[in-house]
Design a protein around this ligand. Structure first.
Ligand code: PYC
Length: 334
């Protein structure tokens, strides 16, 4: 067996969505902050990301997280998120996967009934409270980065000439949020290809206008790559959605940063007070339970402090190799 590299991984899924947690083989990525490490990896080591996420080792909806030593003294671990689509500033389902792996592999000192882990992410500090029973991570509650509505009832024109009204919110990534019926489609998995195409066309139209949204405090966080289309029976206490993600896949989990953005949007609309339970349900019917812990401000905009709870399960461990003669050293996308 020959290999140019050996990447150690613990694979998991969070409410149906995979997180390949890379526990070794990368080393410390250069950068004084976790966001600098994210940008360095994107610039200099994207082939490793593609090898881990693309076929034949991954697939079109693959997602992962590279563990790093933290860049801040108040955190236990650092994380760089990787996906088929790129490098997210923050990923909720991925962080639930990371916290579960850290606890169940003993990579963090485990305290029962609750182990608290402070994570240095490119979007800021995220705190995970892991409910642990007999060594098993039973639930993970994340205190996510401050989230905010960028605009309500914005209008955008699609390439087919239709004008669509949507809300735009940030929860660690930017999300366009709107009822699916505004795109003229039923909330039906048998129409997933049409829903995907409509969501992608909407996000392209949003990003074509002035280059898309930019985080008011960090210009490296930009662009709308996620569209949350809600089912007709959704309310401000229990919402069902399909999450369309660039360049063309659905989140299988309820999407942690999307849940945070949705709560920020509902709060901005006056429909979700703080300290009130909110259930967000994915396209495959899995759930995160969220709540807003308080309010704050980001770059002069009113913002909220979101938290949400979900669960992850470890699915395997692996060493990913690269044979020097492998014709696809960075995998491929079909
Ligand atoms: O859980 O935040 C999330 C997420 C983002 C993209 C896929 N999942």
């Amino acid at each position: 067996m020959r290999s140019k590299l050996v990447l150690h991984a613990v694979d998991s899924h969070t409410e149906g969505m995979p997180t390949r947690v890379i526990t070794g083989g990368i080393g410390t990525i250069p950068g004084a902050t976790m966001n600098e490490r994210r940008l360095y990896f994107r610039e200099h080591r994207d082939d490793v990301k593609r090898l881990l996420m693309n076929e034949p080792r991954g697939h079109a909806a693959m997602s992962g997280a590279i563990l790093q030593p933290p860049t801040r003294s108040d955190c236990d671990w650092g994380v760089v998120y990787i996906e088929v689509s790129g490098y997210l500033p923050m990923c909720g389902h991925g962080t639930i996967g990371v916290a579960t792996v850290l606890v169940e592999t003993g990579m963090i000192e485990v305290v029962e009934p609750v182990t608290t882990i402070r994570l240095d992410t490119p979007a800021g500090v995220v705190v995970a409270e892991v409910a642990v029973e007999d060594g098993a991570a039973r639930a993970v509650t994340l205190r996510n980065v401050p989230s905010f509505a960028v605009g309500l009832d914005r209008r955008v024109t699609l390439p087919d000439g239709r004008t669509v009204t949507y809300d735009l919110a940030y929860g660690g990534n930017f999300y366009a949020i709107l009822p699916l019926e505004r795109l003229g489609l039923p909330f039906d998995r048998s129409r997933k290809d049409d829903i995907l195409a409509a969501g992608l066309s909407l996000m392209a139209a949003i990003d074509a206008e002035d280059g898309g949204p930019v985080h008011p405090e960090d210009p490296t966080i930009r662009g709308c790559h996620h569209v949350q289309v809600t089912a007709p029976d959704s309310t401000a206490r229990h919402s069902r959605h399909a999450m369309v993600i660039h360049p063309g896949w659905f989140d299988r989990s309820p999407c942690g940063t999307g849940t945070s953005a949705r709560m920020a949007q509902l709060h901005a609309r006056g429909e979700l007070p703080t300290h009130t339970e909110f259930v967000n349900e994915s396209f495959i019917g899995t759930r995160f339970t969220g709540r807003l812990l308080g309010t704050t401000e980001v770059g002069g905009l009113p913002a909220v402090l979101p938290s949400f709870t979900g669960r992850a399960w470890i699915t395997g461990t692996a060493q990913y190799l690269l044979d020097p003669e492998d014709p696809f050293p960075a995998g491929f996308v079909l």
